[in-house]
Design a protein around this ligand. Sequence first.
Ligand SMILES: Cc1ncc(COP(=O)(O)O)c(C=O)c1O
Length: 428
Amino acid sequence: MDRHHDVVAVGAEERCHEGRHTLTVTLDRVGDHGELGGGAGRVFASGIRHARQGRADELVPSPRHAVSTLTPVIPVRDDLRALEGYHSPQLEVKVRLNTNESPLPPPAAWRDAFAAEMSRVEWHRYPDRHATELREAIAALHGVAPEMVFAANGSNEVLQTILLTYGGPGRTVATFEPTYQMHAQIARVVGSQVVEGERDADFTLSSGELRRVLETAAPHVVFITSPNNPTGLVEPADRVRELLSVAPGLVVVDEAYAQFADWSALDLVDESRPLVVTRTFSKTWSMAAVRLGYVIGPTWFVRALDTVVLPYHLDAAKQIAGRLALRFADEMNDRVRLIVAERERISAAMRTMAIDVTPSGANFVLFRPTGMAGRDVWQALVDRSVLVRDCSGWPRLAECLRVTVGTPEENDVFLAALDEIVSGSVVQ
Ligand SMILES: Cc1ncc(COP(=O)(O)O)c(C=O)c1O
């Protein structure tokens, strides 16, 4: 429906062929003065088709199994039309190293404790709207006040809530590319203008570029990801301090992978600075399936987010899962040590091959084959039942692939396959 015309149903026909149920609804558009014929034939995404003839007095409900491949009748917002969405294709393979999850499940004792608490949930009641115990547990982990913690459904929802609160129409959001695509994506979805700063060819961020973007765009929100995804590079502490000193608005440090790195911006968070740090349970805490993330920030910031987020957005299961996970910090730290050791092992092994390796502080490694096209290496790995992330077609990442650190056994399979693929590619 556009601004000037309402869409009405003027006829309907139902058919069933070989078990496939379709409904054709004749639609037309009513002009400003009530006349029919206001627009061209288009289609509801639910499968209702426009035929532009006949007449009916009432709308027919959409059939359950009808699927349309035609153009939707209702266009999306003009500024969203060019959006592609975030894709992370999956394939059936033996070794899956493409989505930066933990290769290991949470400890068995966590599963038992979680199951026991789940059996005591009062399912007919809404959960604790403020996730009080979860916030307290996260606050204790980081040595901050519970009023400095906001949790949501994955750090993606945390990022979305931040941008709903501080981004939006008339506001500018800055990123330094290449980086995590969801920062710019969510910023655009909520109607902000996005300004993309550029990293150098080695993916580091120069002081000059940082200052240029902040001085020319004066962003309301600026994102920095440390360690960065997809490069794995840790942002030096001095660069983050510099960013904080010149940023006119909110500085968001996305630390989804910070436990694998050697420093965190968490120590810089306090009441007087517009700095916030996001974290997730999806990586270190082996709980990608739970969808839980959080942000640590000043109390005035957390209060603002609490006002904007939907009521009862965090379900009871998530609150329990997260709170119990934090009791297993020792086990999680053991996992982090293993992954960091494996990351160093695969990085060193890849450096002996015809491959450029970006130094990583995360649980993945970005690499670029030097003697073969990135896409061909990716396909050859898939042919050997190993899936890594193909970034070779992404802007600024020509020929690059990204491998998530797996178990030692998975990493061995990956390294052997990669060696076999690229060893024939070295120019003698
Ligand atoms: C940098 C970064 N931030 C945030 C996220 C989202 O994490 P979550 O699973 O908590 O939504 C990811 C996921 O890959 C990420 O790479």
